[in-house]
Design a binder for this molecule. Structure first.
Ligand code: AMP
Length: 281
């Protein structure tokens, strides 16, 4: 496995892989890897000849006052895990490599980025689509792997790939959870023991919503009301949003039908956590 820090070195390495006709699988991450990330890596290793992982905390997807500076970083541990999984290349550039002075180009997906996390994090998805486009151009993957944990991000990136005729396939992999249901996230490291317990309200409220739908409830307000009650029962948890939307356009639904995405963002102490579930109606 090689660790590459600069763009010229990366271009040379990818050129060689391409000239050998090998398929490239790519897993973009911000590092501080956990089993959720590694599930994407495992899929890539299984399906592609050559696997690249990027580890880059992308400054332009963080807003003012968000956790860019404190975001956990540990390249040594990440590299060890990648090596064990059979990754061929890690790309971990610096900010000057990605956004040198005078940088002026951005990619923006409209509509899908307006609701859910887009409302509370203006500019976030513009940062994501821009960095992912740059990484796709640099790594030239055949298949790129993303997690359903970031459901809106996955839809936005699929739309970008389709609209801009990007020549690759995106695969969206299921959310990996700890045994008690908490979705794995690099940000879980911020949680104290008490907050870790309180953070279970995300999964508990999603599970309750699923049960209600399976029990025949079709009114979105009734379901979100029950979810809010669960979250309100945990003093250190503060709800940012609950959205019950269709799984393609993210349009709000009042009467549920077909298949719905239930997504929420909750602040537990200082830590902002997101989770979601797709439920068949
Ligand atoms: P991040 O490092 O948080 O930007 O995540 C990198 C990729 O891993 C994204 O495609 C995420 O959706 C995915 N991911 C993060 N957490 C999980 C999880 N618990 N299960 C599956 N995929 C995940």
């Amino acid at each position: 496995m090689i660790i590459i820090r600069t763009i010229p070195e990366l271009k040379e390495a990818i050129g060689k892989v391409r000239s050998m006709g090998r398929t490239i699988g790519f897993v973009p991450t911000m590092g501080y890897l956990h089993q959720g990330h590694l599930s994407l890596v495992k899929a890539a290793v299984k399906e592609c000849d050559f696997v690249a992982v990027s580890i880059y905390v992308n400054p332009i997807q963080f807003g003012v006052g968000e956790d860019f500076e404190s975001y956990p970083r540990d390249l040594t541990a990440d590299a060890q895990m990648c090596q064990q999984e059979g990754v061929d290349l890690i790309f971990s550039p610096g900010d000057q490599d990605m956004y040198p002075g005078g940088y002026a180009s951005f990619v923006e997906v409209e509509q899908l980025t307006q609701g859910l996390c887009g409302r509370g994090r203006p500019g976030h998805f513009r940062g994501v689509t821009t960095v992912v486009t740059k990484l796709f151009n640099l790594l030239e993957p055949d298949i790129a792997y993303f997690g359903q944990k970031d459901a809106q991000q996955a839809l936005v990136l699929k739309k970008m790939v389709e609209d801009l005729n990007m020549n690759l396939t995106l695969k969206i992999m299921p959310t990996l959870r700890d045994e008690d249901g908490l979705a794995m996230s690099s940000r879980n490291v911020y949680l104290s023991l008490e907050e870790r317990e309180a953070a279970l309200v995300l999964f508990k409220s999603l599970t309750r919503a699923e049960e209600m739908i399976q029990g025949g409830v079709r009114k979105a307000s009734k379901i979100s009301g029950a979810m809010k009650e669960i979250i309100a029962g945990e003093p250190s948890a503060h709800l940012e949003y609950i959205e019950i939307v269709d799984t393609h356009k993210l349009d709000t639904m009042e009467e549920l039908e077909a298949e719905v995405l239930i997504a929420l963002a909750v602040r537990v102490g200082q830590t902002r956590l997101i989770d979601n579930m797709i439920v068949e109606v």
